[in-house]
Design a protein around this ligand. Sequence first.
Ligand code: SIN
Ligand code: CO
Length: 389
Amino acid sequence: MNPDIPLQLLGGITAREFLRDYWQKKPLLIRQAIPDFESPIDADELAGLALEEEVESRLVIEHGERPWELRRGPFAEDEFSKLPEREWTLLVQAVDQFVPEVSELLEHFRFLPSWRVDDVMISFAAPGGSVGPHFDNYDVFLLQGHGKRNWKIGQMCNSESPLLPHADLRILTDFDATDEWVLEPGDMLYLPPRLAHCGVAVDDCMTYSVGFRAPSAAEVLTHFTDFLAQFLTDEERYTDADALPAVDPHQIQHDALDRLKGLLAEHMSDERLLLTWFGQFMTEPRYPELVVGPEEIEEDDLLASLEEGAVLIRNPSARLAWSEVDDDLLLFASGQSRYLPGKLRELLKMICAADALHVDNLGEWLSDEDGRGLLCELIKQGSLGFADE
Ligand code: SIN
Ligand code: CO
């Protein structure tokens, strides 16, 4: 994708300009980001998804059994018919994993790394419905899918910002609105992390939230050090050969701290391990139970099926990314990683990007033993599977 072409999605600015001026910095309202956008799913279909066991959904009812009642799905069908006329919201997470047309929307966001994208959440709100003024710790593009929503944005928040006493919802006590717009289908609002916002449905309305993944510093440190520790032996310890005699035996002197920093730096600066961990972490599926493959697949069977016209597609719940280090390639697939020879570079890129893999685009790769082996591994792992028809 050429980063210097003005994009309708970004209101006529280029991806480079958007990243420079807005991304992670300030909000941007884009009228008709996707002109004449028609939601690929309707409210009934969204409610249908919320009945499913494997789908994560919530209902927020402003005046329910208590103020801002939160109910978690899966829901029973009759629950929806008992809802009030106004002021409730149904939110369904990761709809992109269940509805291919919703996943296709993500193609518009390819100027950002795919491993930064988390999911597309879709909400349906009855008139007056809202989840209250709040902030999120991640960037979000709010695309209006159906009906109208009034969006207000406010102050920048942080973990000290006062919240209403509520066990599960993080609703701000204070909301200082600075701007306000009514969004119609196809309009989109980009919000950087921690900006207070509140969207209230004007009429029956659906909003698509394209959310991003950004691990917290605490997650990075705890997960990376756990990962690292698997490769360390018990013999690798704090050492103080050549230490000078203790002046006061009860004092921890700064030379001890320097030795400790040295120990940390030595392990933290291992780029291969850091990259391996990061790729695995960022491609961890949101719902690992949805990424399962067959126990075995023989290369001959794979070839025969493809030659008969079978098509391989990515499991919609799988996450793929690749990287390179020295002359090796690294493929990250749903939380796992593997080193691959440099010659597979174009195949790797195709596996990550193509909607479908078949004899026509795989071509010569099917004659390559490593290429075939890689496809079989990804099928066994559940990241690739045969399309149904
Ligand atoms: C919503 O769609 O109702 C809420 C989205 C958000 O504010 O993050
Ligand atoms: Co939000």
